[in-house]
Design a protein around this ligand. Structure first.
Ligand code: ATP
Ligand code: ZN
Length: 465
């Protein structure tokens, strides 16, 4: 079975054929660290985390680069506004991004380069492009001459003649208004690096071309980012890198947005929900299920209601694993995921179809629980854990152990306490002191615990009320 993925460039699903057999190299445009992350940013990181996990499951050695854009107009504006150096804004928000990625179970990238650590590589790229007539310096800026590269706008399927691309502030000396800045001349008081073209700072597009080249070479497998990056960011990266002589990315993958009232969730639009706020209300693993569950090319319109649905859907899976554990003890994940799950993931990372297989297995497992069919329960639990593991959603995986509310240590401590209380209730019942028994039950209910009497004794779970 071949893994297939949608290639924005080809505008269709293609078989994945790696550049180097057994290896996959991915470059994902990461955070511009001007503010703390909202759930849209983390959706992007998460979608690509699921992809890389699936590649790893399929036996590929994955090199995953996710950059940090630590200098840009908005960071400079914030620095002036707050009277703090630009790097103070950058480092602080980079930490916030990493806390969010880690908190939602994204594996760390193989390399996480910061733009400002790669100025010499950018200068060298500009030098070559100027030598070859693809770029020119003007008023301390360096521009890419879009007419010099015939493939310009192929990714976004636009015509250059129809393109209205206004010049940014201070972008003087352009030969064509559609030429884009690779390097921006320093303005008074702004951070600047010395180059043969004068002091200035990098443009966003140049950063990614230079870092992708440094860490992944002149050709690599997959370039990713949010769908908003197709134009101009990725078009401009392609123009620079290909004109420089790189083959660049063989596949382009773009995640859809998290929206609010149909609009892209965006720091700049002010309609964003910060990850740091969300994790106060929702368990991180539930957030991961919510953001990673829909297909990466489908929009997620943010709503509390859909979050609650995700919570209860995930609760059904988790509830099964818990009951299975009570009957057969903790089961290790199966060495392989069921074929239908693998088929869904091979088909352009179709997580919704893959999750449908998880839910079917949970239903079968629940039926087996009803019949106390221990081998069938154990098989279902092992398969569910294997599938969840690939999606980074196995609640029994030690990586989720510190998660508030679901940590296995915390759960087992609560379990011990609840059982003590339930023993008291049982003792009250045995001496026919029903008033005390009921009072204990009501007290547990007020504490948010639902008690169910089963043939094998009382069970408890968080009622979520
Ligand atoms: N609402 C969103 N939904 C999905 N992906 C998003 C969303 N917003 C940003 N991204 C993606 O997150 C990654 C990091 O984005 P970046 O830091 O450049 O933010 P941005 O697009 O400037 O955000 P904002 O619009 O909030 O300022 C990019 O790949 C971007 O496409
Ligand atoms: Zn980029």
């Amino acid at each position: 079975m071949t893994l297939r993925l949608y290639d924005t460039s080809a505008r269709q699903i293609r078989d994945f054929s790696p550049l180097v057999p057994g290896c996959v190299s991915i470059y994902l445009c990461g955070a511009t660290v001007q503010a703390a992350p909202h759930i849209g940013h983390i959706r992007s990181g998460l979608n690509f985390d699921i992809m890389r996990r699936w590649f790893a499951y399929r036996g590929y050695a994955v090199t995953f680069v996710r950059n940090v854009t630590d200098i840009d107009d908005k960071i400079i504006a914030k620095s002036a506004e707050q009277g703090r150096p630009w790097w103070a804004i950058g480092y602080e928000n980079e930490r916030a991004f990493n806390a969010a990625y880690d908190g939602l179970g994204c594996l760390p990238p193989t390399y996480e380069p910061r733009a400002t650590g790669h100025i010499p590589e950018m200068v060298e790229m500009m030098r070559v492009l100027i030598d070859r007539g693809h770029a020119y310096a003007a008023d301390g800026n360096v521009y890419f001459d879009v007419r010099s590269y015939a493939g310009y706008l192929a990714l976004s399927n636009q015509e250059l003649d129809n393109l209205l691309q206004p010049s940014g502030e201070g972008e003087t000396g352009k030969r064509d208004p559609r030429d884009f800045a690779m390097w921006k001349a320093a303005k008074p008081g702004e951070p600047a690096w010395m180059t043969p073209f004068g002091p200035g700072r990098p443009g966003w597009h140049l950063e990614c071309s230079a870092m992708a080249h440094k860490y992944l070479g002149s050709a690599f497998d997959i370039h990713g980012g949010g769908v908003d990056l197709v134009f101009p960011h990725h078009e401009n990266e392609i123009a620079q890198s290909k004109a420089y002589g790189d083959e660049f990315a063989l596949y382009w993958a773009h995640n859809a947005w998290v929206t609010m009232s149909g609009e892209k969730m965006s720091k700049s639009l002010g309609n964003s929900v910060l990850v740091s706020e969300m994790v106060k209300k929702w368990r991180p693993i539930v957030l991961r299920y919510y953001l990673g569950g829909p297909h990466y090319r489908s929009t997620i319109e943010y709503s509390e209601e859909s979050l609650r649905e995700a919570e209860s859907a995930f609760g059904r899976i988790e509830g099964f694993l818990q009951r299975a554990g009570e009957l057969v003890g903790e089961t290790a994940p199966a060495p392989e995921v069921p074929a239908a799950f693998a088929e869904a993931m091979d088909d352009d990372f179709s997580v919704p179809q893959a999750l449908a297989v998880v839910h079917t297995t949970v239903r079968q497992g629940n039926a087996a629980l009803g019949e106390s069919d221990k081998p069938a329960v154990a098989t279902a639990a092992a398969e569910v854990r294997a599938m969840l593991g690939v999606l980074g959603l196995d609640p029994l995986d030690p990586s989720w152990a510190s998660e508030g509310g679901s940590s296995s240590e915390l759960t087992s401590a609560v379990d011990t306490l609840v059982r003590l209380v339930l023993d008291q209730r049982q003792a009250a019942r045995e001496r026919k002191d029903y008033a005390t028994a009921d009072a204990i039950r009501d007290e547990l209910k007020r504490a948010g615990l639902a008690i169910e009497d089963t043939p094998s004794g009382p069970r408890w779970e968080l009622s979520g009320e």
